[in-house]
Design a protein around this ligand. Structure first.
Ligand SMILES: NC(=O)C1=CN([C@@H]2O[C@H](COP(=O)(O)OP(=O)(O)OC[C@H]3O[C@@H](n4cnc5c(N)ncnc54)[C@H](OP(=O)(O)O)[C@@H]3O)[C@@H](O)[C@H]2O)C=CC1
Ligand SMILES: O=C(CO)COP(=O)(O)O
Length: 336
């Protein structure tokens, strides 16, 4: 694959790791961040990236805080901003966007307040003919920055766009699989963050490996249930962006969502836990959106709802778990 010019929009840990990985593979990467002092710091000392210790920037990676000219100069964008900044970033890009620009994203979450999926926001703001793609799957930023093997899906309703993006960003340590199951990949990436908080809470309470495995399995059935609202098939959740990312974030302490849950289970207050982590914890926002979707469609998703109650209604974690156990007389939830 010949080198491409790619603009990564969002200079947090994930945008920076992806920018470094693609620049190492020979692409010409511009990394945009909204915070001028952070960008200035990156220009001065690019081997001291916060949350990615020891990550050197290749010469094919430049950083900027100028969004307009970055969008103007690129026909391949990769949004890496948190979900709460997704729509506003697209709107800022819109005036400079060319007709055939690829708009891809690595954000995981529902829109705050509307519960929209990212592709619905892209279509609402930029139009239905936009060349769009999501890159998602089990992929901790630090491991990608460390060049460790990683496999993800590239999802688009247009499989030709998914294949084009997958071919561009694939390299020996970063495997990419094109898929047309876009909504499932988005739901998987957003839901696993709530479920990782739940798994962390269970572990923080000391409930052990059996309970964790039960939460992962029953959490998957909740993911599938939400997928039914979007006409997603059960099997579309059994790949990297569904079960793959769910297992990763529920079981490894690199996950910020899991770490938040661990602290809550150990009795810490939510604001203190958030402060200790110091980075985006998307599951907090996703829990509120999924709670609203469950109310709207009368869905019974007890793990997500109990997690919401712990986060937003001050429910004690052990009371939430006792409630989940009291439902055990019901039949085991099935995927179909
Ligand atoms: N880290 C990971 O391993 C992975 C993360 N993701 C997803 O990537 C997304 C980004 O997460 P991640 O990079 O890890 O989070 P971080 O907390 O590391 O960074 C978030 C970044 O977003 C910036 N930001 C905040 N508000 C805005 C805004 N309005 N416009 C532009 N930039 C903004 C922050 O800048 P500042 O702090 O200066 O305001 C910060 O640089 C999330 O949706 C996450 O779920 C997906 C896969 C892996
Ligand atoms: O999405 C991720 C890995 O695939 C990162 O998870 P956390 O946001 O929980 O750290």
């Amino acid at each position: 694959m010949s080198p491409k010019k790619i603009a990564v929009l969002g200079a947090g840990s994930w945008g920076t790791a992806m920018a470094v990985m693609m620049a190492r593979a020979g692409h010409h990467i511009t990394l945009w961040g909204h915070n001028p002092s952070h960008i200035k710091q990156l220009k001065i000392d690019n081997s001291n990236v916060e949350f990615l210790p020891g990550t050197d920037f290749p010469s094919t990676l430049s950083v900027t805080d100028q969004l307009e000219e970055t969008v103007e100069e690129h026909d391949f964008l990769m949004l890496a901003v948190p979900s709460h900044a997704f729509r506003q970033t697209l709107l800022k890009c819109k005036p400079q966007l060319k007709k055939d620009t690829i708009v891809s994203w690595i954000t995981k979450g529902f829109e705050t307040g509307t519960g929209l999926l990212a592709h619905e926001i892209v279509i609402e703001t930029l139009g239905k003919d936009t060349k769009l793609a999501l890159i998602s799957g089990p992929s901790f930023a630090l491991e990608v920055a460390d060049n460790l093997p990683t496999a993800v899906v590239v999802a688009s309703t247009d499989i030709e766009v998914a294949t084009e993006v997958a071919d561009i960003i694939r390299n020996a340590n970063f495997l990419t699989f094109p898929t047309k199951h876009l909504a499932s990949a988005e739901i998987g990436g957003a839901m696993k963050n709530i479920l990782a908080i739940a798994a962390g809470i269970s572990d923080g309470l000391g409930y052990g490996a059996n309970a964790r495995a039960a939460l992962i399995t029953l959490g998957l059935t909740e993911m599938v249930q939400l997928g039914h609202v979007y006409n997603c098939s059960e099997s579309s959740f059994l790949g990297l962006a569904g079960v793959g990312d769910l297992v990763l974030t529920c079981t490894d302490n690199q996950s910020r969502n899991r770490r938040l849950g661990l602290q809550l289970g150990q009795g810490k207050k939510i604001d203190d836990a958030k402060q200790t982590i110091g980075q985006e914890v998307e599951g907090i926002h996703a829990a509120r959106e999924v709670h609203a979707i469950c109310e709207k469609w009368s869905l019974d998703m007890p793990i997500c709802i109990q997690t919401y109650r712990i986060l937003y209604e001050g429910l004690a974690p052990d009371v939430a778990v006792r409630y989940l156990l009291s439902r055990a007389q019901l039949a085991e939830p099935q995927l179909d």
